[in-house]
Write a protein that binds this ligand. Structure first.
Ligand code: PLP
Ligand code: SF4
Length: 340
């Protein structure tokens, strides 16, 4: 036997292969769904600065031959992104102001948010972090001690939120190490994960991940990020079921997006589908004024109309809180509290 065998790395997990396969070109995406650039009002961008990332499972859910498909519109770089968008910003939330240490955002007394990874499985065209320089913003291995010191040094922090990017871009080994370090801080009671990967790559819910979440002493809350009922496929629902069986509380946040989900019927159907999969709607965010995403904006008066219809259509526990991030405000501002 050759000694070289000992050096061979374990095979990448299925989800890692899917994450790699997600990097497709605009041309390949169009070819896959049987459309051409001229099917879109402003055409498409062949090589956008914020590259396309569409994992195979998500790709399989996109309807062929339909330029208005709500899943497609979230991942395809349309020409609108390149139109001049005066007044739009690259850091719309002024997050840099809340950096307590590299990779740590502290907007609230009781909660600290760790930018655990700069990578995402799926790239959402409306993302307010599309211009974020993760090199400066992200939690690095060398910065981890400093980040954990911020948390352990302040007993007011009882909840740690792993966000990103997407924290499920980390390997199970790295997540396990990070969660153990957080669980070792006595005053932290709750671990929250914000992730869109569950929809994009349901295979990311590995047995090791389920074990980790089931066995930590921390109370675990997962906030998924889904915007449309068709994203909750059979495989996604099964993956969410494994998390529920591990005792995890499941919530969902959505973004109110023009042409994707900006009517009460679509949102009500989504909320019911989430509930059937064991997930409660949490936030419905109004878009942030990020440069390149103005074509997703839904104005506040329209959002108010949608909220009224949702209250009539759904039980109160399935109506998401419609909120906007107002720079300088410590919390998310509910729609009803925004000036009219
Ligand atoms: C949204 C957010 C949180 C979590 O807020 P909740 O209202 O508890 O969901 C925490 N930190 C930052 C920086 C946030 O933007
Ligand atoms: S998964 Fe979240 S952070 Fe990543 S691109 Fe989409 S919206 Fe942005």
């Amino acid at each position: 036997m050759s000694p070289v065998v000992d050096l061979v790395l374990p095979p990448a997990e299925a989800w890692q292969a899917q994450a790699r396969a997600a990097r497709i070109s605009t041309a390949d995406l169009l070819a896959h769904i049987g459309l051409i650039a001229a099917d879109f009002a402003e055409g498409v961008i062949a090589q956008p600065d914020f590259p396309l990332s569409v994992p195979p499972h998500y790709l399989s859910l996109i309807r062929r031959g339909d330029p208005a498909d709500p899943l497609l519109l979230q991942v395809l770089a349309r020409g609108e992104e390149a139109l001049p968008q005066p007044g739009r910003l690259t850091d719309p939330l002024e997050e840099a102001d809340y950096r307590a240490a590299p990779g740590v955002l502290r907007k609230y007394r009781s909660r600290a948010l760790l930018i655990a990874s700069g990578a995402c499985a799926i790239h959402c065209r409306y993302c307010f972090r599309r211009h974020t320089d993760y090199g400066a913003a992200m939690l690095t291995r060398s910065g981890e001690a400093e980040a954990l010191a911020v948390i352990s040094g302040d007993a007011a922090i009882d909840e740690v939120i792993l966000s990103g990017g997407d924290p499920l871009s980390l390997t199970d080994a790295r997540l396990t190490a990070l969660v153990s370090a957080i669980a070792a801080i006595p005053h932290v009671t709750t671990l929250r994960l914000h992730s869109r990967t569950f929809l994009a790559i349901p295979d990311r819910v590995t047995p090791a991940l389920v074990d980790l979440l089931a066995c930590t002493r921390l109370t675990v809350v997962i906030v998924t990020h889904s915007n449309h009922e068709r994203e909750i496929s059979h495989d996604v629902a099964a993956a969410l079921g494994r998390l529920r069986a591990a005792g995890v509380t499941l919530l969902n946040q959505s973004v109110l997006l023009a042409q994707v989900n900006d009517d009460a019927t679509t949102i009500a159907a989504h909320c019911r589908r989430l509930f059937a999969a064991g997930v409660l709607p949490y936030y419905l965010h109004l878009t942030d004024p990020v440069d390149g995403a103005a074509h997703f904006d839904v104005d506040e008066s329209r959002a108010r109309g949608i909220e009224t219809e949702l209250r009539a259509a759904l039980p109160g526990y399935l109506v998401p809180r419609i909120v906007r991030e107002v720079p300088g405000e410590t919390g998310k501002t509910p729609l009803w509290a925004l000036p009219t």
